[in-house]
Write a protein that binds this ligand. Structure first.
Ligand code: NAD
Length: 488
């Protein structure tokens, strides 16, 4: 497959000749080197996007949608290859990339392919004699920065709506995991997107990413990544007052009430934190248990965590793979150490697995820690298979603990009491709340957070608003002209 930058419909070397090594996190072997974009390459991509924009905007929206639908078909036609590529590059188990990431990716392109010719403006009632209509125009040239945790899926979440809305895009995948995005670039070319409409440039954040943030011709930047980088991007983008969408970190509360279905809650809590090794912004990383059921819940939850099959992501039986990089593994292990220093109790995990077959990979065992809500491990995003456990007595206690973090992305609650469920959903400070489930996403439902989790939304009509701007057009049909400065 191609490993170079995708600019103006072609694969080209970086102007500097720089390259980035891509490693398999299961055994640290080198998969390949990809070209590493720098600022000058971003400038080249912007020039290509600028040239492509008038034609792309003028195209019948149904034809733009059709290209997205063809892209979805091409991804489906290459599903096995893409699932394997993603597993190799990121460490996600194949059973997840095959059953979740690829189908969700296809669904996302289809959803926005269908949306392209249906996203409407509106006609507000105004003064008699005037017609006012409001169109939604594309922003123009859009920058997109993707993290390493779900590269294939997040590429879809960003490309699909931006293109459906009529923008030209320059996307930078994360330097650690650029392969599925480059494969998508090949499919973009094969299904016939005009050159310059989609540009995909692997590169480092401080070079290519920074140029996307400060480029004066990029009208909007959609960023998914850490809160710290998000803050830098706000500063760097100030020059042209870029429209920003920031999908940042999370510290999801997952509350289990004594009236919940405990089996469903145990399984759901494991999915919430251990899927993708906990490397999910919406992970349910703070388990908040009502005292009456805490012991029973924990016994079963710990048993489940210990039974998770760690292994080679390419083995279809593997349930948990390695973390995506050595550096990140060390970061998660440092949080395990900190947990003990803060007086927490590691109930299971907290270390690398002893199996010699896993020794070369960046594994961390599924980890459950009893801790105080004020501990750093309950306040900071760990982004690994690491969940803190706290108990509560009343609904009010649960709410105070749930809301006592600076993040507000995803949260879950498990209860069979209808009123409690809706009351808690209303009071929890988060962009998304799941009741008796966790981490369900759909291209039709807004995805994003509040507080340090950022602002703006992916998905649905909300994201179409993000990628467009309203233009209000006033027409004097038969209005009385104002008397000021009236001349015969
Ligand atoms: P990161 O911020 O280090 O990197 C994310 C992306 O930003 C990468 O492509 C990186 O190259 C780029 N980048 C880094 N420095 C940059 C700079 N100075 N200027 C421009 N771009 C720069 O984050 P990460 O470690 O790759 O990803 C994990 C983080 O992403 C976690 O905090 C997680 O919660 C968050 N995340 C959020 C969501 C969401 O939707 N809210 C989804 C997934 C991940």
């Amino acid at each position: 497959m191609q490993t170079r930058l995708f600019i103006n419909g072609e694969f080209v070397d970086a102007l500097s000749g720089a390259s980035i090594p891509v490693r398999n996190p299961f055994d640290n072997s080198l998969i390949c080197e990809v070209a590493g974009a720098e600022a000058a390459d971003v400038d080249r991509a912007v020039a290509a996007a600028r040239a492509a924009l008038p034609g792309w905007r003028a195209m019948d929206a149904a034809d733009r949608g059709l290209l997205l639908l063809r892209l979805a078909d091409a991804i489906e036609g290459n599903a096995d290859e893409l699932a394997e590529l993603e597993a190799r590059d990121t460490g996600h188990p194949l059973r997840d990339t095959r059953n979740l990431d690829v189908p969700r990716t296809v669904r996302c392109y289809r959803y926005f392919g269908g949306m392209a010719d249906k996203f409407e403006g509106f006609v507000p009632p105004v003064y008699p004699g005037f017609l006012n209509y409001v169109e939604r125009e594309p922003v123009g040239i859009v920058g997109q920065i993707v993290p390493w945790n779900f590269p294939l899926m997040f590429t879809a979440w960003k490309l699909a709506p931006a293109l459906a809305a009529g923008n030209c895009v320059i996307m930078k995948p994360a330097e650690l995991t650029p392969l599925s995005s480059l494969r998508i670039a090949e499919l973009v070319r094969d299904v016939g997107f005009p050159p310059g409409v989609v540009n995909i440039l692997p590169g480092y954040g401080h070079t290519a990413g920074a140029r996307l943030a400060d480029h004066p011709e990029i009208g909007k930047l959609s960023f998914t990544g850490s809160t710290e980088t998000g803050r830098n991007i706000v500063r760097m983008s100030a020059g042209n007052l870029k429209k920003l969408q920031l999908e940042l970190g999370g510290k999801g509360a997952n509350i289990v009430f004594e009236d919940a279905n405990i089996t469903a809650a145990v399984n759901g809590a494991a999915w919430a934190i251990f899927h993708n090794q906990g490397q999910a912004c919406i992970a349910g990383s703070r388990l908040i248990l009502q005292e009456a059921i805490a012991d029973e819940f924990l016994e079963r939850f710990i048993g489940l965590a210990r039974s998770i099959r760690l292994g080679d992501p390419l083995d279809p039986l593997t349930e948990m793979g390695p973390l995506t990089s050595k550096e990140h593994q060390q970061r998660v292990l440092a949080y395990c150490k900190l947990a003990v220093e803060e007086g927490g109790e590691i109930l299971t995990g907290g270390k690398v697995p002893s199996d010699p077959a896993l020794a070369a990979g960046f594994f961390v065992e599924p980890t459950i820690v009893r801790a105080k809500p004020s501990d750093r491990i309950c306040q900071e995003e760990v982004f690994g298979p690491f969940v803190s456990v706290t108990t509560f007595s009343s609904d009010q206690d649960a709410l105070v603990i749930a809301n006592d973090v600076p993040y507000g992305l995803g949260s879950g609650l498990w209860t069979n009491n209808l009123q409690r469920a809706h009351r808690m959903a209303r009071e929890i400070r988060a962009g998304m709340v799941w009741i008796n489930s966790y981490k369900v996403v759909h291209p039709g439902s807004p995805f994003g957070g509040v507080g340090k989790s950022g602002y703006g939304r992916e998905m649905g009509f909300e994201v179409m608003r993000e990628y467009t701007q309203p233009k209000s057009v006033w027409v004097n049909v038969d209005a009385q002209i104002s008397p000021f400065y009236k001349r015969p």
